[in-house]
Design a protein around this ligand. Sequence first.
Ligand code: FES
Length: 84
Amino acid sequence: MIYFKKTGVEAENIEGKSILEIAALKGVKMQSLCKKGLCGTCKTKMLSGEVEMKNPFALFKNEKEEGIILTCIAHAKGDVVLDV
Ligand code: FES
């Protein structure tokens, strides 16, 4: 389950889809540009949970430690709560 806390929307995780894609399917508006992990436009705070991200080039080390994710390339591993 992916929970968008500020908007109060819950979404089932869909294998193979990024969190950004799942948000769009549920009508949750999130900013994005490159959709490849390069620009950082989709940076979002993850409050709990775990995601898999391949090559998150737009994230600084300290941002990763603070739970910031790139939703365009993030795939949920189990339940995830986002500050959106
Ligand atoms: S939209 Fe560019 S890093 Fe996600």
